[in-house]
Design a protein around this ligand. Sequence first.
Ligand SMILES: [Zn+2]
Length: 217
Amino acid sequence: MRLVLVGPPGAGKGTQAEFVAAHLAVPKISTGDIFRSNVRGGTPLGIEAKRYMDDGKLVPDEVTINMVRGRLAEADALDGFLLDGFPRTVPQAQELDKMLADMGTQLDVVLELVVDEDEVIRRLAGRRNCRGCDKIWHMEFDPPTREGVCDRCGGQLYQRDDDKPETILNRLREYAEKTAPLIDYYGAQNKLVGIDATGLVEDITVRAIDALRSYGG
Ligand SMILES: [Zn+2]
């Protein structure tokens, strides 16, 4: 099965990507992983991407697309894959359709994790990181015994800038702006399936697997 996973920050996309890919027995391909392996391997694309990143600039679409193309041509991805973090925009989605058509195939389905803003804020804004051991606590779901102190190492807990409500809202708005057209694009191809991504991680995985069954998963 060839599948793309989309969802807002805080939807637990990385975790679901792991579980769903394992269930489908396909490689999980994330843009983060592809970037790192190209940079580590010193490939021409990796060197080019690193130059942009070192300058604090966005890596151009063309570089990202070529990295994805290379990864999808690797042996383990020929019979299926789960893409996480790509495409993010309609032009990228069009490029993906083109590269798959060149390979004589196409996407089967796009799975959207649907979670409302309040839930995302509740999940992310409750997180506290330990300065000592990096463990992540949650004020609501996994609170430390003493407020502000790590049970494991006694370190001080803090909130990352990324987890502050105003930052989360900005990230959600940015996601909504960029992704809404992508959702329409795949909806028009009848490839979009949305699942409720609230609740327990295991329950969400079960919903995802059920939803994919009618697409041959
Ligand atoms: Zn700690």
